[in-house]
Design a protein around this ligand. Sequence first.
Ligand code: CU
Length: 474
Amino acid sequence: MNQFLMIMLGLSLTMMNCHSGDPIEAILTDAPNVPPPIKRNYPAKIIAHLEVKEVTRPIADGVDYTFWTFGGHVPGKFIRVRQGDTVEFHLQNHPDNKMPHNIDLHAVTGPGGGATSSFTAPGHESQFTFKALNKGLYIYHCATAPVGMHVANGMYGLILVEPPEGLPPVDKEYYIVQGDFYTVGKYREKGLQPFDMQKAIEENATYVLFNGSEGALVGDKAIKAKVGETVRLFIGNGGPNLISSFHVIGEVFDKVFTEGGTRYQENVQTTLVPAGGSAIVEYKAEIPGTYILVDHSIFRAFNKGALGMMKVEGDENKAMYSGKEVDSVYLADKAEQTQAIAQAAAASKKGTLTKEMQIEAGKNLFMGTCSTCHQNNGIGIPGVFPPLANSDIVNGWDKQKLIAAILNGLSGPIKVNGRDYNSTMPPMSQLNDDEVAHILTFVLNSWENKGGVVDTEEVKVVREATLRPPGAAK
Ligand SMILES: [Cu+2]
């Protein structure tokens, strides 16, 4: 063989091993959206541009937080490549940012997963290239000191390295990442909340959230599917601290690619997603309704925000699920509830809160908090839970005493409307000052009670002036 032919052969072999065609600009998406499946049957050169932006946006209704993000949102943009692709990565640090940042992609084999090559000051751009050697679903995150703080501020996202043959087709794919957040103020305490380093060190999360804000996957932002469709969730956990027990109430996962790896487990109820790890979850939507996504470390779902929704539309299947009895207050009306509460929170921040808004928010808070004992209509259960409707206590006690009863609980003998009770109402000081004010305003204006308004300041004063029993929230 002559030399020329040898060279030609060598060249074409290199081309085959490496990649063919022009470089492709990666399609990146914001959660819960996922870039389209890769249809290529050859490895390519991929160019990815990811811009770090430090942004202030709501973490909960009426509560703002300054997030550091890969692309403007938490989680960062979803990156989808094919095993064998060569990725030319551009990390851009927006000139308005205050901090230097970098990126560690768990899909990268190489020092720091790219972090050592991507340290970028504000107004600069770094570039490095890696080959996607291993298939799987990987977290990426910032690894600039203090690393914990960068991660706690929302600097993480997912990169999927598809197997060469692609993933089996499904009808719907979604992108969800859990993260824990640490604010100086309590859960839902309004205003711009700074990061709390001490709470982060103690792993005492104020918020545990899907996709970076309470309600990111609730109401009309719920993920959707139709009866009969197959659903694939790309789940990540950015941490920085907590492990997720990811569960969808009312679904069994047909397949879980545990830890985002190659093998799947079948028929799983709850899957562990490590901090800095992932899982791919697949199931078929079979019964219409609203399904609640939670971290099954359940206080996180009810008291820290780790709650999302999937809405399934389509025909009932009575053989599989009768669809009768249960309904009540469980969680199904969370969407409506959040809306009224959000409205009141926003208005109170602007100083435009009205009694009507308080009553509406208070009603929604009452349902699910107080109604479990005092019943939806406030009449209680004779001999067990006293009535709030037309109650001589509600109408006789002053506001301070009512507020104190909610914050600190009540026990011992009490006569309500001529009937004796001697039981215990637990302290509900986990409710914030707004919430207590709304609930009491609702109670005072319902069921023939005397009317009136309780405002946040009055609750605050009582909270400061009275003692919580041991074990109650502050
Ligand atoms: Cu950073």
